[in-house]
Design a protein around this ligand. Sequence first.
Ligand code: SF4
Ligand code: SF4
Length: 183
Amino acid sequence: MGFITAVGGALRDLKSMFVGLRVTGTNFFMPQETVHYPRQEVDTLATYRGHVELVASDEDPAVARCVGCGLCAELCPSNCIRVEAEDPPADSGICYPSQVGTEMLMPTPKFRVAPPSQAPVARKLLGYHLTYHTCSLCGLCAQNCPAGSLRFSSNVYFAGPGRSTFEIDLLARLRKQAGIKGE
Ligand code: SF4
Ligand code: SF4
């Protein structure tokens, strides 16, 4: 009885092994869905959503389309955007979200679309800082930017040893990219 039980167990194990080998063998000869990173890199990144980045103006690749309104920083639910911009002219009567205070505002219809007649007057952008390690990639900033100055990057191979790597000066990055392109 013990011998028959042992033989039965061995046969079950053997069957299991062949089932596993069949699965492995089938997949071994199928086209690969992945690449051998880092020897190879993916080049089809159209759907990849990396950290947000500034979009350059049509006139100058080193200048962002950003008008310094601060709306993105105000809408960001993770509080990970900091915009530095010159104050608007004193007599303009314009008050930007970034000047109202630090209280977080959730998106409301009045912020969703900026009609051309209410388009913000540009302020000179002095700095644009993103704390990427707290970003949830929700897209609120890019969706609501009245100047079309934000989009998701395809920076897929972005890695670093610590959090500071992911605290990005996006304006400096834009300028650097413009410099590289111009070389
Ligand atoms: S919402 Fe757009 S235009 Fe306004 S500060 Fe942000 S990036 Fe600049
Ligand atoms: S994608 Fe969302 S969480 Fe990330 S910076 Fe924009 S608004 Fe903030």
